[in-house]
Design a protein around this ligand. Structure first.
Ligand code: GAL
Length: 957
């Protein structure tokens, strides 16, 4: 007996097959002469709660959709209509529906879409036409003028249907029914928002008689002879023209000529054309050869080093419906930050993105739209990639990626997908890809034995393990031992961080087998929200969600670079500048793989106490890749003031390029010449007391507690030792991690609720001494803390001595003092800047004189957390006070307390108070990458040990 009562069959939704009716996959190209019509724009839209709530009569000609709403295509309906069309759901790997493949819930939001169109004037009557969908999540059924033409799954892959026989000159109606959930959803469990809709272009393409259909550009490069060989295999015979190379050959015929090769650093493209009887197709040809040779991934005969990022498609308003300008912005930002590679995590991107990678030069790992991560919850039982019934769907996905993208020189590696366990389906995909395209390598991280792959790939491996792999001491299968290694994900950029990038880069550069990696990830997937600023998981009332784990990018949702991106840029800079400033020479090394240094100009400047005394050009030879040279610096400027002196050497773009302006800074270094003289205060008169106050130099203190009250005319509140910071995502670590999640341990041990016991206030001959013990309730650990104040009459010196007591087993978050100022805004400092930096994230911090405001010192992490510390600060001025450090310190100032920062969940929770809270830290704990990977390396741990540090206060008026 059947319970199904509606007229519409929805069996295809839960069918494991990829669909029916679509044309075979082929290269994605825009013809120069065949017509096309974009069907993007406003579409009539109706949302139903289930797949079969409405019958299919809407697809019929003449249907009256007058009462329907409208959505924009490309777009996701859940991000339109102000919540009227449901809302996004964020889960990392948990399926937001019961796992019972291939079944999906009865509640299956289903969007019916209608688009009316006329053919443009002059649309040819001969030939055929196809309608192409570049991306629809997750399953669609399509009708044109009332005739059903097919259904498909494979959200981020193109699907085309023959429609010429159905077209009319006017009043065509394209009907598309889109289901949020389908069998395909089981294959698309990537860590991102679930966002149904027609989110990429829909295009009608005229297909003239004799059009090219599909073609494969083979353009290899023989680096020994500097020769390129071109052969274009085409379904339909024709000619291949490349005027700049004098090439005019038949399709299928190879031709070898002298060429300039394509690399990500030197992206030379030759314009060509494929001419068939029916159309002309523009080609952009890049000659390069990718090979696995001597256990290394080589391009044009050279091993390359990936300095890459994982890029999801993201826009805070439009979700994964990106326009070309946004894609270009991504590429330009990458190029300007020294990034040379992209893994298209975890699906093939909009094809226009790959055009940009060809044009501007980025190595690409093109990844298939496949992830079944949620099956890990059941030990991978019933995993579709190990179940033959699903293999046709997997092969369909592999073919749609490879056929669409095969003509891009930027694509050097095909990736089978992400986090899908292991199984026969993956092997079948790899075999198919190897058979179809032997000119690229195959990647998949999930199989550490490398059974199907050409490269050993891992994610979030610790530094020490990466080093062992580099040394070949990691064991593994016989096959794996002969393969190069990459980290397809590392440096988890969630919130403040990632830390430890410089340490990874050192290891990558030390061992040939290590060919670099890809930071996780490029952009925070925050959703613009009227009340919350940027929303993350849980903000839409999802039943299951993974919070702000979706905000883990190097750029904020609005594409502002985060400190993590600036750090990465510095760590991977393609020119290394080193040396001993006092020695008068600097060693410059070209760390590019292919480009010489002729595109760069160098300059030197000489700073004393952060002020530039003189600067000038530095002639550096156009070193070949890998070469280095000792370059002489000029005579240090004479007669300048004594103080801390250093050289700053910069490498800049010598001319405008496609991606950067002349003088754009590519690399830099600072070379110390003389050390900074430490501030001294010779104690003068000692403290005196009145009934209420103690006086010492410019300062007054509470007579009972010894608490500082004023310095000159400046009121100071609550000055005391501080060890607490609002835990970062990396402090808190990921839920599956072990007992080194310090953010949790700090709370357990009460570092956020330290009590300050007063043990004594002593008025000495030349000093006021306040003795305390700082310790959390319930524990025996504590910090004996002594504040010793002296003054020379105008300046006030505080020396803090800290002696740990008890059994300290974990590092401290921070160690320093904090205090409140009643009015402060403009900030000046001499130290690291201009942005924040922590012990393992301060490579990009440049020593100089900086100025800012309290508000601008804040780094707007989507989920508020510790941020904004300026490292290596010699002195800072704020609110009428100047502080000189002995030694240098970390400087932080904000309009809320650490406790308020800690309690906030969104930036909009942070409300400025009347007091500016200042932290001067002697130490900060490293940041690490434990929100997904390893924590801070031991050398960046802030251990509780006997410590002494001083600050000298004076007023600036
Ligand atoms: C990886 C995964 C990514 C992302 C990341 C954590 O395991 O491949 O998609 O989830 O972890 O942010």
């Amino acid at each position: 007996m059947s319970f199904r009562t509606t007229a519409t069959s929805v069996d295809y939704v839960e069918d494991v097959s990829p669909g029916s009716g679509a044309l075979p996959p082929r290269a994605w190209y825009a013809s120069s002469d065949a017509q096309s019509l974009s069907l993007n724009g406003g579409w009539s839209f109706r949302l139903s709660p289930t797949a079969d709530a409405e019958d299919d009569s809407f697809a019929a000609e003449g249907y009256d959709a007058g009462g329907w709403a409208e959505v924009s295509v490309p777009g996701h309906w859940v991000l339109q209509g102000d919540g009227a069309f449901g809302s996004p759901i964020y889960t990392n790997h948990l399926y937001p529906f019961p796992v019972d493949p291939p079944r999906v819930p009865t509640e299956n939001p289903t969007g019916d879409h209608l688009r009316y169109f006329d053919l443009p004037e002059g649309w040819p009557a001969d030939g055929g036409a196809v309608v192409r969908f570049d991306g629809v999540e997750s399953c669609a059924r399509v009708w044109l003028n009332g005739t059903e033409i097919g259904e498909f799954k494979g959200s981020r892959l193109p699907h085309e249907f023959t429609v010429g026989h159905l077209l009319k000159p006017t009043d065509n109606v394209l009907a598309v029914r889109v289901h949020q959930w389908s069998a395909g959803s089981y294959l698309e469990d990537q860590d991102q928002w679930w966002l149904p809709g027609i989110f990429r272009d829909v295009t009608l393409l005229h297909r003239p008689v004799g059009s090219a259909v599909d073609f494969f550009v083979h353009a290899s490069y023989d680096h020994v002879g500097s020769l390129g060989t071109l052969r274009v295999d085409s379904d339909v015979d024709g000619r291949v023209l490349v005027p700049a190379l004098d090439i005019d050959v038949a399709t299928g015929e190879p031709v070898t000529v002298a060429v300039v090769p394509w690399t990500a650093e030197t992206p030379k493209l030759y314009d060509g054309e494929l001419v068939t009887a029916g159309e002309r197709v523009p080609l952009r040809i890049g000659f390069r050869t990718v090979a696995l040779e001597d256990g290394l991934l080589k391009v044009n005969g050279k091993a390359i080093l990936f300095k890459g990022v994982n890029r999801h498609e993201w826009h805070p308003v439009k979700g994964r419906a990106l326009d070309v300008e946004t894609m270009r912005e991504d590429v330009l930002l990458m190029k300007r930050h020294n990034i040379n590679a992209v893994r298209t995590s975890h699906y093939p991107p909009h094809p226009a993105f790959l055009d940009l990678c060809d044009e501007y030069g980025l190595w690409v790992i093109d990844e298939c739209d496949l992830e079944t991560h949620g099956f890990t919850e059941q030990n991978w039982r019933d995993n579709p990639v190990d179940d033959d019934r699903w293999t046709p769907a997997l092969l369909d996905r592999a073919a749609r990626m490879v056929e669409r993208d095969k003509n891009h020189p930027s694509v050097v590696i095909w990736s089978l997908g992400n986090e899908a366990g292991t199984g026969r389906g993956l092997t079948a995909m790899a075999e198919w890809i190897h058979g179809r395209d032997s000119s690229r390598l195959v990647h998949y991280e999930g199989d550490w034995n490398c059974r199907d792959t050409d490269i050993y790939s891992r994610m979030y491996a610790e530094h020490a393990e990466v080093e062992r792999i580099g040394q070949g001491l990691d064991g593994g299968t016989h096959k794996r031992r002969a393969l190069p290694f990459i980290q397809c994900e590392y440096g988890h950029a969630m919130g403040n961080g990632p830390g430890g990038l410089a340490d990874y880069q050192r290891v990558f550069e030390a061992y040939e087998r290590l060919q670099g990696g890809f930071i996780w990830e490029w952009i925070d997937h925050g959703v613009t929200h009227p009340k919350l600023g940027f929303a993350y998981g849980g903000d839409f009332g999802e039943e299951l969600h993974d919070g702000n784990f979706v905000c883990d990018g190097l750029i904020f949702p609005d594409r502002t670079p985060s400190p993590g991106l600036l750090e990465f840029k510095k760590v991977i800079e393609p020119v290394r500048i080193e040396g001993d400033g006092a020695g008068g020479t600097v060693r410059v090394r070209n760390a590019f793989d292919f480009a010489d240094l002729s595109s760069l100009s160098f300059e030197w400047s000489y700073q004393v106490d952060g002020k530039t005394v003189e600067h000038g050009p530095l002639p550096v030879p156009a070193l070949a890749p890998g070469e280095s040279a000792e370059v002489k610096l000029p005579q240090p400027p004479s007669g300048g003031p004594g103080g801390e002196a250093l050289w700053t050497v910069r490498a800049l773009l010598a001319e405008d390029t496609a991606w950067g302006k002349k003088d754009h800074q590519v690399a830099w270094a600072q070379l110390p010449v003389t050390e900074r003289p430490l501030p001294t205060v010779v104690p003068g008169d000692g403290p005196t007391a009145s009934e209420k106050l103690i006086y010492l130099g410019p300062a007054s203190f509470d007579v009972r507690t010894g608490a500082l009250k004023t310095i000159g005319g400046v009121d100071v509140t609550g000055l005391r030792l501080d060890v607490w910071r609002a835990p970062t995502d990396n402090d808190d670590g990921a839920s599956w991690q072990d007992d080194t999640r310090y953010g949790l341990l700090w709370r357990k041990y009460g570092f956020h609720r330290m009590q300050h016991r007063l043990d004594g206030v002593e008025l000495g001959e030349d000093a006021l001494t306040v003795r305390t013990r700082v310790a959390p309730a319930a524990w025996e650990i504590g910090l004996r803390t002594t504040y010793r104040w002296t003054s020379d009459g105008t300046r006030l010196k505080l020396t803090v001595s800290v002696d740990p007591e008890g059994d300290w087993t974990i590092p401290l978050p921070r160690l320093g003092i904090r205090f409140g100022l009643s009015s402060a805004d403009a900030v000046k400092w001499y130290g690291g800047g201009p942005g924040e930096g922590y012990p393992d994230t301060k490579s990009a911090s440049m020593l100089g004189r900086w100025h800012s405001t309290v508000d601008e010192l804040q780094t707007p992490y989507v989920r508020p957390q510790e941020n904004g510390a300026r490292p290596d600060v010699r002195w800072a001025e704020l609110g009428g006070l100047r502080v000189d450090g002995d030694p240098e310190f970390w400087f932080t100032a904000r309009r809320w307390t650490t406790e308020q920062l800690d309690a906030a969940e969104h930036l909009t929770d942070l409300r400025p108070g009347d007091t500016v809270w200042v932290n001067l830290d002697h130490g900060q704990m490293g940041i690490g990458s434990q929100s997904c990977g390893p924590g801070a390396l031991p050398q960046y741990h802030l251990l509780a040990e006997p410590t002494e540090f001083s600050f000298v206060f004076s007023t600036t008026e």
